[in-house]
Design a protein around this ligand. Structure first.
Ligand SMILES: [Zn+2]
Length: 270
């Protein structure tokens, strides 16, 4: 596995980008009501500016960005369709619109690639998403298995002014609750090299860096066992044929199934 992990999933292959976008306004209102100190600022700054069209454009840019990171090159229409849970026909229609807007370039026989402008859009949405997740978890105390779904909706309506307020209030965080790096205000994304836990051999030791935010049930399972980014981790034993791993996290030994191991990334000492 390469060290790149720009999306929300990395070596974990499940797709979760679309999320639920029902009742986005109600969700915005819920946040407003939860945080009285920011109520005034939020009311004056959050405009529900995400039309259905721009929401879709942003989701496509984000999906292509994540897929490009996994593939290290252009991505196919089929891959985009699969990730977003739409038919290849509607994906290819939408990709033509992104092309018209100068956000992607078609590479003959290879698929599409984000242009510099498309990449900036993807990084801006990713910054919104990860800042919002951090804000919901740290300032509002929302459990880490619930913040992703909320951020999937709010990322499209966050104004730049509110983004700055949240960033300042949180002390300019560099990582979200799942360990994913937050792009800087200049939209620079710093990815530290990490390895998928599932690819590590017995004896490997490092720091648990990132956990996929795609599956809430998985995040709850890990939280109940105190397994979170920042913990020291050592692979004690791995069973063959995609079997479980015996892993020491902190002072405890856990038996983690292959699916869980694929959702976790570890930073090894250089
Ligand atoms: Zn997320």
């Amino acid at each position: 596995m390469r060290g790149r992990f720009p999306g929300t999933l990395g070596c974990h292959m499940a797709a979760s980008t679309a999320g639920h976008r029902s009742e986005p306004l109600q969700r915005v209102v819920a946040v407003v009501l939860l945080e009285p100190r920011f109520r005034h600022a939020i009311i004056s700054l959050v405009a529900v500016r995400g039309t259905e069209f721009s929401v879709a454009i942003e989701d496509y840019a984000k999906a292509i960005f994540a897929l490009q990171g996994d593939a290290d090159g252009p991505v196919t229409t089929t891959a985009v369709a699969e990730r977003l849970g739409v038919t290849p026909a509607s994906a290819s229609g939408m990709l033509r619109r992104l092309d018209d807007l100068g956000l992607v370039a078609h590479r003959r026989y290879h698929g599409v690639e984000l242009t510099a402008e498309g990449r900036r859009l993807a990084l801006r949405v990713l910054r919104h998403h990860r800042l919002l997740e951090t804000y919901l978890a740290e300032s509002l105390g929302m459990p880490w298995d619930r913040v992703h779904e909320e951020a999937e909706v709010l990322e499209h309506v966050l104004s730049e002014q509110l983004e700055t307020l949240i960033d300042t209030q949180l002390g300019h965080p560099t990582h979200d609750p799942h360990g994913d790096p937050i792009p800087s205000p200049e939209l620079v994304l710093e990815e530290r090299p990490s390895r998928c836990l599932a690819s590590l051999d017995a004896g490997a030791a490092g720091v648990l860096a990132r956990v996929s935010d795609a599956q809430p049930a998985m995040l709850r399972y890990l939280a109940e066992r105190g397994i979170a980014p920042g913990a020291r981790l050592e692979v004690l034993e791995r069973q063959p044929f995609d079997g479980p791993l015996f892993v020491r996290v902190g002072d405890d030994v856990h038996v983690l199934g292959a699916e869980l191991a694929r959702a976790i990334r570890v930073e090894l000492p250089a």
